[in-house]
Design a binder for this molecule. Structure first.
Ligand code: ZN
Length: 287
């Protein structure tokens, strides 16, 4: 296993971790000042500053991406809605390309309307088939421009509103169906927070192999968890066996970044510099 205490260059900052403290250009500056050279930004953060401006800043600062968040949300009640989702995913792929990302992370979506609290359908099987078709359509474009898509299975507590792909096994089944040749254009973003509880995790990580593991995200599962979305823990503050999990991931030959991604009202209320400092120290000691 890699010794992260000696390899800060393997730390990636998912910029949602400090999204409430500063705009993306200032987050990049603060990350660079702390020696962080990899980030995974969100589309809204990039758009708030401008794609060209961020691309230039990244080039000038020597900062690269470990991923780009996010595409997906394929489901809709009608064909027009699904076509709009495909257009949006095409734009996300183009942005990922412009920023030099190694992949576009997909949060695939689920019951149409559920994210805003008003589900227009409760047919999750239908949502899953729309997601399959959506990824298949995006994949044609992704392949043509050379931008791998990373399906992120989300914890089942988010199965209604954010993603109807909820286990690594399910994500890998999709990969196997849509990219049977393992061409490198379709894989998964494995997020410890979403998958740590899964009794099949070890066998599915082995099944994935390094070709399918396009990104590795970490944070921690707090007890008690007070909010389904924004109460993630700093690595080391919860119950996920992060070191063991990274061992399984790296046993596949995975050489990628370890990305810290924390949505947390508690951490969003602390100064950005303090959060980055704690991220670095937990990356070295706990991840
Ligand atoms: Zn994630």
């Amino acid at each position: 296993m890699r010794d992260l205490s000696q390899h800060l260059e393997l730390l990636s900052l998912n910029t949602a971790t400090v999204r409430k403290q500063a705009p993306l250009d200032r987050i990049i500056e603060a990350a660079v000042a702390r020696g962080i050279r990899l980030i995974d930004p969100w589309r809204d953060q990039v758009q708030a500053i401008g794609l060209d401006k961020i691309a230039r800043q990244l080039r000038d600062a020597g900062v690269r991406l470990s991923g780009y968040c996010r595409g997906g949300f394929y489901t809709a009640l009608d064909a027009q809605g699904r076509a709009a989702a495909l257009d949006d995913n095409r734009r996300a792929i183009d942005e990922a390309k412009a920023l030099g990302s190694p992949c576009l992370v997909l949060v695939v979506g689920s019951l149409p309307g559920a994210l805003s609290g008003k589900p227009q359908s409760i047919n999750i099987a239908l949502a899953r088939s729309q997601v399959r078709d959506g990824i298949a359509a995006s994949l044609d474009y992704a392949r043509s421009v050379g931008m791998p898509l990373a399906i992120e299975p989300l914890h089942p507590m988010q199965a209604a509103d954010r993603a109807c792909v909820n286990t690594l096994e399910q994500a890998l089944d999709l990969c196997g169906e849509l990219d049977p040749g393992r061409t490198g254009v379709l894989g998964v973003a494995l997020d410890a927070y979403h998958v740590w509880w899964d009794p099949k995790l070890a066998t599915q990580i082995e099944r994935a192999g390094a070709e399918r593991l396009l990104a590795y995200h970490i944070c921690d599962w707090l007890l008690p968890t007070r909010d389904l979305l924004n109460d993630r823990g700093m690595p080391g503050d919860g119950v996920i066996e992060l070191r063991k999990l990274r061992g399984l991931v790296e046993a596949t030959g995975f050489q990628g970044a370890v990305e810290i991604e924390i949505f947390s009202d508690a951490w969003w209320s602390r100064p950005m510099d303090e959060v980055l400092q704690v991220c670095i120290s937990r990356f070295k000691s706990v991840a």
